[in-house]
Design a protein around this ligand. Structure first.
Ligand code: CA2
Length: 147
């Protein structure tokens, strides 16, 4: 049976494709999910793709991924810059983690330059829009296979 990669998306990412295309591109979250499923499928992995606006729900899902997933990709949205709760949950995960952002957070406002969660991630991909999600699937699949 194919191993499962959890892909968790944080607040407001459900609005993708509706506003701020110059920052986040024109793809919807469903488009990103389709990209990830296609890439994972080619690498013999399954994908569990979710979005929540609630910090606690994201923490619950990270805890679920810890036992049921082979690896985890997370775009924590604005919680990236605020959430010690997500950091604690991610640090409790033994599976590899890739942090992804659509935009290059280092070209944006200073408050976006710090990520609480990067310290728990094997790597970070930012600034490549939807392609970044595909790159994250590829990097994570490689890390899982190497473990
Ligand atoms: O670049 C990213 O992927 C971010 O994680 C996106 C977050 C932002 O707070 C982070 O600093 C960087 C925001 C996601 C909100 O997405 C929207 C999309 C369309 C319209 C409104 C919000």
């Amino acid at each position: 049976m194919a191993k499962t990669i959890y892909i968790l998306n944080g607040p407001n990412l459900n609005l993708l494709g509706t506003r701020e295309p110059e920052v986040y591109g024109t793809e919807t979250l469903a488009d990103l999910e389709a990209r990830c499923v296609r890439k994972a499928d080619a690498l013999d992995f399954a994908v569990d793709f979710r979005q929540s606006n609630a910090e606690g729900e994201l923490v619950d899902w990270i805890q679920e991924a810890r036992t049921k997933g082979a690896g985890l990709i997370v775009n924590a949205g604005a919680y990236t810059h605020t959430s010690i709760a997500m950091l604690d949950a991610l640090q409790a995960c033994d599976v590899p983690i890739v942090e992804v952002h659509l935009s290059n957070i280092f070209r944006r406002e200073p408050f976006r330059h710090h990520s609480y969660i990067s310290g728990a991630a094997k790597g970070v991909i930012c600034g490549f829009g939807g392609l970044g999600y595909e790159l994250a699937v590829e990097a994570l699949a490689s890390a899982i296979s190497a473990a």
